[in-house]
Design a protein around this ligand. Structure first.
Ligand code: ADP
Ligand code: MG
Length: 266
């Protein structure tokens, strides 16, 4: 059965090392619904549980309490059905595989036939503007190009949902802004829903339909800021509306006690 929602998180708690002296309550009482095609960012200080929440959606870990549903399926089933693609801060490409063979990997794992794999990889590399680099190895490309290949790989199976954990965190500011625009274009063209973890306020605001503000100890959602900037253009980053949204998110972070512990947020 298909659901109107890309992600539904209900009453989720996550305790690591439960029952031990070193138990950590990473998340408590998380309620979050993400619509189809929506772009949502998770922002908050280090250790507030952003990565934990993303890993719960991806079924890389399981909740201590509550439920996680992806496209109307239990998270585990959604993982088995490859309902999502995932990209991390490190591109995580295999050095000995060409760009083509890196992007091809999830298709191989899924048993897609060779001719179809070829077509799909060409399509994906074109999507991220790297059609001419299919035969290159990771070491031959810049960090930004490697990250684009990682995004192409995450999207290769045409997942309805894209999960990203600080994917641009290691890139310089100009590369980062260019990739933000590319990502928005890709998500719009492919109608992909996205959950994006960042600790940059401006990045969260620029990319998102909604910014989910979290606080640490114990990790929880303290505010959700709606961002209504319309289509992003070159003017967006200079607009009064953009600064107003940045201020709103910054205030929400302060209100959650996050500002003091997150000097890196920009
Ligand atoms: P963020 O991504 O927001 O920086 P994380 O989700 O990585 O935060 O971590 C949230 C909290 O859970 C932190 O206190 C962290 O130390 C703890 N944590 C994360 N993963 C584990 C784990 N596998 N075992 C024990 N504690 C963990
Ligand atoms: Mg993290």
């Amino acid at each position: 059965m298909s659901s109107a929602f890309a992600v539904e998180i209900t009453g989720v708690d996550k305790v690591f090392n439960a029952g031990r002296a070193d138990a950590v309550t990473a998340l408590t009482g998380v309620e979050l619904t993400i619509g189809r095609g929506e772009f949502v960012s998770l922002i908050g200080p280090s250790g507030c549980g952003k990565s934990t929440l993303l890993r719960l959606i991806a079924d890389l870990i399981t909740p201590t309490a509550g439920t996680v549903t992806v496209n109307g399926k239990a998270a585990r089933q959604a993982r088995l059905d490859q309902e999502y693609g995932i990209a991390f801060q490190q591109a995580g490409l295999f050095d000995w595989r060409t760009m083509r063979r890196n992007v091809e990997l999830p298709l191989e794992l899924r048993g897609v036939r060779r001719a179809q794999r070829r077509t799909r990889v060409d399509e994906m590399l074109a999507l991220v503007g790297l059609a001419d680099f299919a035969g290159h190895y990771p070491a031959q490309l810049s960090g930004g190009m490697q990250q684009r290949v990682a995004i192409a790989r995450a999207l290769a199976v045409h997942p309805p949902l894209l999960l990203m954990d600080e994917p641009f965190g290691a890139l310089d500011e100009m590369t980062r802004e260019r990739l933000q625009d590319e990502l928005l274009g890709i998500c719009a063209r492919t109608a992909t829903s996205t959950v994006f973890v960042t600790h940059s306020i401006s990045e969260a605001v620029y990319l998102s339909d909604r910014v989910v503000v979290m606080s640490a100890r114990p990790g929880r959602i303290t505010a959700i800021v709606d961002v209504d900037l319309g289509a992003r253009t070159e003017q967006t980053r200079q607009s009064a509306e953009f600064f107003a949204a940045v201020t709103e998110v910054r205030r929400a972070l302060r209100g959650s006690g996050a500002a003091a512990t997150e000097p890196a947020a920009t």
